[in-house]
Design a protein around this ligand. Structure first.
Ligand SMILES: Cc1cc2nc3c(=O)[nH]c(=O)nc-3n(C[C@H](O)[C@H](O)[C@H](O)COP(=O)(O)OP(=O)(O)OC[C@H]3O[C@@H](n4cnc5c(N)ncnc54)[C@H](O)[C@@H]3O)c2cc1C
Length: 813
C-alpha cells in the first residue's frame, strides 16, 4: 500500500453502507483529510446481501427524520455521483389483521402525521389494488407510506463511496485495521499491515466486527450476530416493478419486488444467534448455510397471503448474519469510555434504510463534537454495566429480534435476563405483590397487585385501559390522600469531590448549586445551544462535596456529560450501587417519618429544597426534601445494608395512616398531573429551559457563565418557536405520547408524553406547540385545540399551569 497516508484527521473503519455514508458526509463537511479502511472489499460484510427495503417510520421523531434524510439522499445520489443506486420510491404498505393491530397501525399513522410524514389509511380493497397478488380475507385495514421505497444496497454503498472520493476522502480496500493505537488514554492512530496512520479521531463502522474491535480499547458496543434469512423467487406473473414494499407483521413477513420476482423474509420468534465463539477469520462476501427447516415456519403464512408463491420457483434462500442489539435500535456516537472514538454499528436489519441518515448524523458528531439533534434512542450512552456481558446482550437481543413484528404494546416490558440487578428490598416488594419492570438491568416495582383480593402481579397489555389501571389508580389516590413508599434504589448517584467541585459544577449546571451546605438544587445541564443534556438533583454535602442524583436510565449518559465538562481539581465517582433510595410521598409523609425518626421534620426545621442527615430506625439516612409527584415528602438515601430495616420501620409507622407501596407507573400518572417534565421525552438536548417552561431553574440573576447561558439569554430576550404545554382530553381518550396537536385546525406539534391523571380524572399529555414565527404564552393559551389520537381528532384543553397544585406546597426553586 504505497499510498497509505501516515496521518489523517479521521479514520473510518469499515466499508459497508454505514462507513461509506460517514465518509461521504465527512467529505461534504469539508473533512477531506479522512481515510476509510476496509479489511476486504467495500460491501463485503453484511451490506452486499441486504434485501434493500427502506422504511422510514419510527417511534421517535428524530430517528424518523434521520431515515427521511436517507430517502432524500438516495433520491439524488445517482445524479450526483453518476453511479446507480437502484433507488425506487414505490411506497410501503403495512397490513393489520386484527383489531389491536389496526389500533397500532392507526396510531402509527397519527405518529407519522405528527412527524410530518405522509401515511394514509387504506381499506383492504384499496390495499389490494396496490398489491393485487395478495389475499385480503383476514385484513382489517392497511397503511400506505408513499415515500418509502427500496434500493440496491451494494450500489448505494458504491455510490456513497464514489461521492466520498469525489470530495477528497481516500478509501483503501484490503486494508484491515489490526489495532487502534491508544497511548496515555488518548487515541493516537490505527495500525494496518501496511503501516500506521496517526489520526485524531477513529470512527468504527465495522458491522458485526465492531464489538470485538472496540473491546480492544475498552469500549463496549453491545451487539451480537444473528442469522437472518429471506427467499428470492423466480419471476411471478403479476409482480410489477412498481409494487410497493409490503409488511405483514401479523404473519411476521415482509415482501419486495426484485427483477419480476419477490424477495420475502421475516422475523421469527426463535431467532438463531451466530458466531457465538467469534466470527470466522476471513469471513467476507459470504452467506450462511440456508436453514430450510427454520424458514419453514413462515411458509404457510406467506402462501396464504400470496398464493402465487406456491407455484413460484425458488432462486435462493439466503441466510446472512446481521448485528442486532438488545433494544432493536442501532448504536451511534462517541464512546463514553474513550474520547474521539466514535461508533456507528448494530443496525438490526435496517442499516440500508438508516445508512444515509446515520452517516450524516455521525459525521456531524465527529466533525462538530455534537450530534445535529437529539439522538438519545440510538445514543451509545444509553447502555450500562449489564451490557458488558455478551451473554446478557445475546439473550436480550434474541427477545428483541423475536418481537420485531409483534404488537408493540404501550409500557411493554422485556422478559429475558431477569432479574439481574435487585434492590435489597426486592424480596419484600415481591411478597407485597410487586409487578416489576426493568431498566438498565434493575428490577423496579411498576405497580402492586392486591394479593388478598386475588389480583395477580402480571401485566395485561392493551391499547385501551391496561390490566394495571385499577392498581395504579389506588396508588395514585393513596399518594394524594395519605402516603406511598416507592423503592427508587435504581436512581443513578454520583459524588463530586474536590477543591474545585463547586466552581466546576456551577459552570455545568444551569441552576445555582454553589449554595450553602445542605442545600438541594433541581437543575438542568445545558449544551451550548441551551438544549437540556441532563435534568437532575444536586445536594451540597460539604464545601467541597456534592451528591448528584439522576434517572436510572441516564447513568452512563449523565456521568459522561458531567465528567467531560468538568474543569479543575475534582473527581466524579459513580456511587449508585452503594445506596438504596426510598421515596416517602404524600400528605401524611411527615407524620409517618416522624414516628420512625427523632429529627426535626417540621416545615421550618426541614425546608423544601434542603437535605439533612437524619436517623430512621437507628439507621443513617440522607433525607432530601424534594418531590417528583407533587406531594410533601422525602427521598431517603441510605447505605444498601440498612434499606430493609428502614423499609420495615416506615411500613410499620404508616400502617394505620394509609401508607401503601407504590411503583413507577403511579409516579408517571402523578407527575403528569403536576406537569413535571421527563428527560428523554418532554425535555432533552433539542429543548431549552425557556421552551420547556423551566427557565425559573436557571441562574440568570447571577453572573456565573454556565454552559448554554448565552442561548438561554437570547431566547429570553428574543422569544421561542415552541413552548411546552399540558393538554387534557376526556377520560376515555387513551393518550400514550406522539398524538398530533392541532391548534385552530392546524398541526402545531405532538405529545411528548401521554397518560392519565387519576385525581383530575382526565387524559393528560404534554407537548410542544410550535410555530416558525414564534410562540408566546398568549399564543398557546388563545388557541382552540384538538388532538389526533389513533387517526381520529378529539377535543382538548390547554394549560401552562400544573393541573394539580395543592395550596401551600412550594414546588419550585
Ligand atoms: C438477510 C438480511 C436482509 C436485510 N435486509 C435489509 C433491508 O431490507 N433493509 C435494510 O435497511 N437493511 C437490511 N439488512 C441490514 C443491512 O444489511 C445492515 O444493517 C447493513 O448492511 C449494515 O451495514 P454496516 O456498514 O453497519 O456493516 P457491514 O456491511 O458489515 O460493513 C462493515 C464492514 O467493516 C469491515 N471491517 C470489519 N472489521 C474491520 C477492520 N478491522 N478493518 C477494516 N474493515 C473492517 C467489514 O469487512 C465490513 O465490510 C439486512 C440484513 C440481512 C442479513
Amino acid at each position: 500500500m504505497a499510498d497509505l497516508p501516515s496521518t489523517a484527521k479521521a479514520v473510518v473503519i469499515g466499508g459497508g453502507i454505514v462507513g461509506c455514508s460517514v465518509a461521504y458526509h465527512l467529505g461534504k463537511l469539508g473533512w477531506t483529510d479522512t481515510v476509510l479502511l476496509e479489511r476486504k472489499k467495500l460491501t463485503s460484510g453484511t451490506t452486499f446481501h441486504a434485501a434493500g427495503l427502506v422504511g422510514q417510520l419510527r417511534t421517535s421523531a428524530n430517528i424518523t427524520q434521520l431515515l427521511g434524510h436517507s430517502v432524500a439522499l438516495y433520491r439524488t445520489l445517482e445524479q450526483e455521483t453518476g453511479l446507480q443506486t437502484g433507488w425506487k420510491m414505490n411506497g410501503g404498505l403495512r397490513l393489520a389483521c386484527n383489531a389491536e393491530r389496526w389500533t397500532e397501525v392507526k396510531r402509527q399513522a397519527t405518529t407519522a402525521h405528527s412527524f410530518g410524514l405522509e401515511m394514509h389509511l387504506l381499506t383492504p380493497k384499496e390495499a389490494q389494488e396496490l398489491w393485487p397478488l395478495m389475499t385480503i380475507d383476514d385484513v382489517v385495514g392497511a397503511a400506505y407510506l408513499p415515500t418509502d421505497g427500496q434500493a440496491n444496497p451494494s450500489d448505494i454503498t458504491q455510490s456513497l463511496a464514489r461521492g466520498a472520493r469525489m470530495a477528497g476522502v481516500k478509501i483503501f480496500e484490503d486494508t484491515p485495521v489490526t489495532r487502534v493505537i491508544v497511548e496515555d488514554g488518548r487515541i493516537r492512530g490505527v495500525e494496518t499491515p501496511f503501516g500506521a496512520i496517526a489520526c485524531e479521531k477513529v470512527v468504527v463502522c465495522a458491522g458485526q466486527w465492531t464489538r470485538d474491535l472496540a473491546a480492544t480499547v475498552g469500549v463496549n458496543v453491545p451487539l451480537v450476530s444473528v442469522e437472518h434469512q429471506y427467499m428470492i423467487t423466480e419471476r411471478i406473473e403479476g409482480v410489477t416493478p412498481g409494487l410497493p414494499t409490503l409488511r405483514d407483521p401479523d404473519r411476521l413477513t415482509y415482501w419486495k419486488e426484485e427483477v419480476g420476482g419477490l424477495v420475502w423474509g421475516g422475523y421469527e420468534p426463535n431467532p438463531k444467534p451466530w458466531a457465538i465463539k467469534g466470527i470466522p477469520e476471513g469471513f467476507h462476501f459470504e452467506t450462511l448455510t440456508p436453514d430450510w427447516d427454520h424458514y419453514e415456519q413462515f411458509m404457510e403464512n406467506a402462501i396464504a397471503r400470496v398464493p402465487a408463491l406456491a407455484g413460484a420457483g425458488v432462486k435462493q434462500l439466503l441466510n446472512g448474519p446481521e448485528s442486532f442489539t438488545p433494544d432493536g435500535n442501532f448504536i451511534l456516537g462517541e464512546a463514553p469510555e474513550l474520547r474521539n472514538f466514535y461508533v456507528g454499528a448494530g443496525f438490526n436489519a435496517f442499516g440500508i434504510a438508516s445508512g444515509g441518515g446515520a452517516g450524516m448524523a455521525l459525521a456531524e458528531w465527529v466533525a462538530k463534537g455534537e450530534p445535529p439533534f437529539d439522538l438519545w434512542p440510538v445514543d451509545i450512552r444509553r447502555f450500562g454495566g449489564v451490557h458488558r456481558s455478551v451473554d446478557w446482550v445475546r439473550n436480550r437481543t434474541m427477545e428483541a429480534y423475536g418481537k420485531h413484528y409483534t404488537i408493540a404494546w404501550p409500557s411493554e416490558e422485556m422478559r429475558s435476563c431477569r432479574p439481574t440487578r435487585r434492590s435489597p428490598l426486592y424480596a419484600h416488594l415481591q411478597t407485597a405483590g410487586a409487578c416489576f419492570g426493568e431498566k438498565l438491568g434493575w428490577e423496579r416495582p411498576n405497580w402492586f397487585a392486591d394479593l388478598a383480593a386475588g389480583e395477580q402481579p402480571v401485566d395485561r397489555y392493551s391499547y385501551q385501559r391496561p390490566g394495571w389501571w385499577g392498581a395504579v389508580r389506588r396508588e395514585h389516590q393513596a399518594a394524594r390522600s395519605a402516603a406511598v413508599l416507592i423503592d427508587q434504589t435504581s436512581f443513578a448517584k454520583f459524588t463530586l469531590k474536590g477543591p474545585d467541585a463547586a466552581a466546576a459544577l456551577n459552570r455545568i449546571a444551569a441552576g445555582n448549586v454553589d449554595r450553602a451546605v445542605g442545600s438541594l438544587t433541581y437543575t438542568q445541564m445545558l449544551n451550548r445551544k441551551g438544549g437540556i443534556e441532563c435534568d437532575l438533583t444536586v445536594v451540597r454535602r460539604a464545601v467541597d462535596e456534592f451528591y448528584i442524583v439522576t434517572g436510572t436510565g441516564f447513568a452512563t449518559h449523565d456521568f459522561d456529560w458531567i465528567s467531560r465538562n468538568l474543569q479543575g481539581n475534582c473527581q466524579l465517582v459513580d456511587v449508585t450501587s452503594g445506596g438504596a433510595v426510598l421515596s416517602l410521598m404524600g400528605p401524611k409523609a411527615r407524620e409517618i417519618l416522624g414516628r420512625a425518626c427523632l429529627d426535626d421534620l417540621s416545615n421550618e426545621g426541614f425546608r423544601f429544597g434542603t437535605a439533612k442527615a437524619i436517623s430512621v430506625a437507628g439507621c443513617p439516612v440522607l433525607a432530601l426534601r424534594v418531590t417528583y409527584v407533587g406531594e410533601l415528602g422525602w427521598e431517603l438515601h441510605m447505605p444498601t445494608e440498612v434499606a430493609v430495616t428502614v423499609y420495615e420501620a416506615l411500613m410499620g409507622a404508616g400502617a394505620g395512616l394509609g401508607l401503601v407501596n407504590a411503583g413507577y407507573r403511579a409516579i408517571e400518572t402523578l407527575r403528569l398531573e403536576k406537569g413535571y417534565r421527563a428527560w428523554g421525552s418532554d425535555i432533552g438536548p433539542d429543548h431549552t429551559p425557556v421552551e420547556a417552561g423551566l427557565a425559573w431553574a436557571c441562574k440568570m440573576k447571577s453572573n456565573v457563565d454556565f454552559i448554554g447561558r448565552a442561548a438561554v439569554e437570547a431566547q429570553l430576550a428574543g422569544g421561542v418557536k415552541k413552548r411546552l404545554a399540558t393538554f387534557t382530553a376526556a377520560p376515555d381518550v387513551v393518550l400514550l405520547g406522539r398524538e398530533t396537536i392541532y391548534r385552530n385546525g392546524e398541526r402545531v406539534g405532538w405529545l411528548s408524553s401521554g397518560g392519565y391523571g387519576h385525581t383530575v380524572d382526565r387524559a393528560i399529555g404534554l407537548g410542544y406547540v410550535r410555530q416558525a414565527g414564534g410562540v408566546s404564552e398568549d399564543f398557546v393559551l388563545s388557541g382552540g385545540y384538538e388532538l389526533e389520537v389513533a387517526s381520529e381528532r378529539v377535543p382538548a384543553t390547554v394549560s401552562l399551569e400544573p393541573l394539580y397544585d395543592p395550596k401551600g406546597l412550594r414546588v419550585k426553586g
